[in-house]
Design a protein around this ligand. Structure first.
Ligand SMILES: *[C@@H]1O[C@H](CO)[C@@H](O)[C@H](O)[C@H]1NC(C)=O
Ligand SMILES: *[C@@H]1O[C@H](CO)[C@@H](O)[C@H](O)[C@H]1NC(C)=O
Ligand SMILES: *[C@@H]1O[C@H](CO)[C@@H](O)[C@H](O)[C@H]1NC(C)=O
Ligand SMILES: *[C@@H]1O[C@H](CO)[C@@H](O)[C@H](O)[C@H]1NC(C)=O
Ligand SMILES: *[C@@H]1O[C@H](CO)[C@@H](O)[C@H](O)[C@H]1NC(C)=O
Ligand SMILES: *[C@@H]1O[C@H](CO)[C@@H](O)[C@H](O)[C@H]1NC(C)=O
Length: 704
């Protein structure tokens, strides 16, 4: 830490500060992003800088008798428990649980088969789905890692769901837990083509095929034969002691889990951040996975290079990750070679660290804590024996380090349009062919993400996003949103001042009605929701009630004593339009009107459907467009309040005030300027996105 250069240190402490200030300040943390880019530049600029080691790490000489073993939580993201993959996963998880009662397991995912698998193990195996997933249900690695970092156990472990752990895992972790320095270890997983052992009923003993228990030593012989691992493309375990110190300084990009390269990225970040002592425990943590030659999926999901060569440009998720790698400079050569890490070895029953040259750098009990072995003449036979053991171990292991292979920047691809509108519609629409549509430009990406996170929390999956510009499009792809770039969208608008009343705003809103019309014509009902509409609960079931030939829209009227359908009080930022002939014909009129109007589309909606001056009004909350006979239903303002109604945004507890009214949504309009809008929403707590870490806020975030 002492060697940290000033800007990094400064940014680091600002980071701590920002997280402590609480939610309302999250949007302010643009500063942090500036720091991060500074940091990234530094990294890139220091390609050849020598790798620093922590200057001290020694073992606490605590009283041996009151030592309690640390609690260990293993985090993993299985696919569904079914077929041969399911069997391998089940064996792996059982092998973890059998190691020690101190081991607990958290499985990330939302498939019901996870729950039914976990149920058999009681509280030792929990299934959590409160991390970020892409719309195709691929979990995000950065979100998984953040969850593991927030763990309340003493040690967190990230492991592939098919990796079998053997007993030396726990003894190694218990041992390194005593290091008086925060640490982070990696251990390569060995790939075997067969593993002829099974766990006994209790999950504690390994049995041979004849049903007899096999001793640990014998298992180790078996492991020796497979004493090869591939640091470049193979799987690995990552483990660390959980304390206040973060794993790394930067922000982990939103990598999709199982699409390669995220492990290496994280390890690289941890190493370069220099907060922790990073070492390679591949020799002391025996772990394997069975490679099924029939199962191509295995190799595809573990290896970057093979994946992107084999899959070409077909997999947009892969493309997204490549794009990320490029954006964040992943493929630059500052990647640390794993062979540079200190190695944790065990010789003669003693743990010891050796460096790249195989010098013993530290061994706990035999030598006093500060004396390095380097340069000493080997005297005793015991010392010679240990040196022999070390050389033996290391030369026996066939390590392939991917550093030398390098990566070819020319192979990187840029994002292409993965899904057109029609494909996306068919992917996301619900059983009634209804979709929720949001339209967003770049200055509203934080708002967009908060809105998306809110919908995800409400388990609403039938939404899609139209990106108004390339930045929003790429950002949304990387965040796993169902997004499309539309030819109707104006392409080169600067959105920084694109708020109500501006020319830009008018252009954008006109895009919205044209898009809605197009989707209706394809055959889907559309609930258009601006991203500044906060959703308390799912309004779709309620909106379905109105039936065909009715367009249900929010009223912008705030005066409680007057009707909701007065002139120009139709809010075109939240309405439900059905895909029927009447609605389509009426919306066509709106779009036509808007094209010839100098105003935004909002007055076009009202003037076309309710008549200028409200000549088509029916009662206090409806209009009927005579040409098409479309009914406009203004939504109950208690349930769908606009931003000026009852001063809800000025309430001390907005959430509570809205709950009392029974709100479904609350529009964050009637406020001028993007910043004040953001401020109002973040300040009220109706905010669900962490801008700095680029993930949805979860209950485990709020703990801090
Ligand atoms: C593990 O963590 C708990 C709470 O954070 C702490 O009380 C306990 O002492 C830790 N155990 C060990 C062995 O350090
Ligand atoms: C489980 O696998 C079988 C074939 O191995 C397949 O027919 C079945 O649909 C799968 N079940 C689920 C829930 O995917
Ligand atoms: C689809 O419509 C039917 C009938 O209106 C309703 O009962 C059902 O809940 C709707 N489904 C969804 C997902 O909204
Ligand atoms: C960009 O916008 C300006 C006006 O806003 C317009 O005249 C120009 O044609 C646009 N360029 C492109 C490439 O769309
Ligand atoms: C609401 O409307 C009533 C009747 O038109 C009017 O007297 C009153 O001043 C209005 N209140 C507000 C706050 O505008
Ligand atoms: C228009 O719709 C209303 C109900 O929405 C219906 O009563 C009326 O008969 C319709 N008129 C025509 C001309 O279709």
């Amino acid at each position: 830490m002492s060697t940290m250069s000033p800007p990094r240190l400064f940014c680091f402490f600002s980071f701590i500060k920002v997280t402590k200030l609480g939610l309302w300040s999250i949007w302010l943390s643009g500063f942090l992003l500036i720091c991060l880019s500074l940091y990234a530049t530094q990294l890139l600029g220091s390609l050849n800088v020598e790798i620093r080691k922590p200057s001290f790490y020694y073992y606490q000489k605590g009283e041996a008798n009151d030592k309690r073993s640390p609690s260990i939580t293993i985090f993993s993201t299985p696919s569904i428990f079914n077929g041969s993959v399911g069997a391998r996963q089940a064996l792996a998880v059982r092998s973890w649980l059998g190691l020690s009662p101190d081991v607990n397991v958290v499985l990330f995912g939302n498939h019901p088969s996870l729950q039914s698998f976990a149920a058999a193990f009681g509280s030792r195996v929990l299934v959590e789905s409160n991390i970020d997933f892409s719309f195709q249900n691929t979990p995000f690695f950065h979100s998984m890692t953040a969850r593991a970092e927030a763990s309340s156990s003493n040690i967190s472990v990230l492991v592939h769901p098919e990796t079998i752990l053997l007993p030396d895992f726990v003894s190694t972790l218990n041992h390194v837990y005593e290091l008086d320095h925060d640490w982070f270890l990696v251990a390569a997983s060995r790939r075997v083509s067969f593993f002829p052992f099974d766990l006994d009923e209790a999950g504690r003993k390994w049995l041979r095929q004849d049903g007899k228990a096999i001793r640990w030593q014998k298992l180790q012989y078996f492991m020796r034969d497979t004493w090869k691992w591939d640091l470049c493309e193979g799987r690995m375990i990552m483990a660390w002691n959980t304390r206040d110190l973060p794993l790394h300084m930067g922000v982990l990009p939103p990598f999709l889990y199982g699409k390669g390269l995220h492990d290496r990225w994280l390890i690289n970040e941890v190493y370069h951040s220099n907060f922790r002592f990073v070492f390679d425990a591949s020799w002391t943590i025996s772990n394997i996975y069975v490679h099924d030659a029939n199962d191509n999926e295995l190799t595809q999901t573990t290896s970057l290079s093979s994946t992107f060569l084999e899959l070409g440009m077909t997999d947009w998720e892969q493309n997204g990750n490549l794009q990320l790698g490029q954006t964040y400079g992943l493929f630059s050569s500052h990647q640390v070679p794993f062979t540079d890490f200190m190695k944790l070895l065990k010789c003669n029953g003693q743990f010891m660290f050796t460096d790249k040259e195989e010098n013993i750098v530290y061994s706990p009990r035999q030598w006093s804590s500060n004396s390095l072995w380097e340069g000493r003449i080997m005297q005793s036979r015991r010392e010679k024996k240990i040196m022999g053991c070390i050389t033996g171990l290391i030369s026996a292991a066939g390590i392939m380090d991917c550093f030398s292979k390098g990566t070819n920047n020319n192979q990187l691809m840029t994002l292409n349009l993965p899904f057109g509108l029609e494909t996306l519609l068919s992917l996301v629409a619900d059983e009634n062919k209804t979709v929720v549509l949001a339209v967003a430009g770049y200055s509203y990406t934080d708002m967009l993400m908060s809105w998306v996170c809110r919908l995800r929390r409400l388990t609403i999956k039938n939404f899609l996003v139209c990106a108004l510009d390339d930045e929003t499009y790429e950002f949304s792809i990387l965040q796993g949103l169902p997004v499309f770039r539309h030819s109707l969208a104006p392409r080169n608008i600067s959105f920084h001042d694109c708020h109500f009343g501006t020319k830009c705003f008018q252009k954008v809103t006109k895009t919205k009605s044209r898009l809605v019309l197009e989707i209706l014509k394809i055959g889907y009902n559309v609930l258009l929701s601006d991203v500044d509409v906060y959703w308390f609960k799912n309004p779709i079931p309620l909106l379905q009630i109105f039936g065909p030939a009715v367009l249900a829209a929010q009223s912008d009227e705030y005066n409680v004593t007057v009707p909701t359908n007065l002139p120009r009080r139709l809010n075109s930022g939240f309405y439900f339009a059905r895909s029927d002939d009447t609605t389509i014909a009426a919306l066509e009129k709106v779009v036509k009107h808007a094209m010839t109007s100098d105003l935004s589309e909002q007055p076009s909606f009202y003037d076309t459907l309710c008549g200028e001056g409200g000549s088509n009004r029916v009662g206090d909350d409806r209009c009927r467009e005579p040409g098409t006979n479309l009914t406009v239903q203004f939504l109950d303002r208690d349930l769908f309040p606009n931003g000026a109604y009852l001063g809800l945004w000025e309430e001390v507890n907005v959430q509570e005030a809205c709950a009392k009214k029974g709100c479904y949504v609350l529009h964050n309009n009637w406020v001028s300027g993007r910043i004040r809008k953001l401020e109002r929403q973040v300040h009220s707590g109706l905010w669900d996105y962490d801008t700095s870490s680029r993930m949805c806020l979860q209950s485990w975030h709020r703990k801090q």
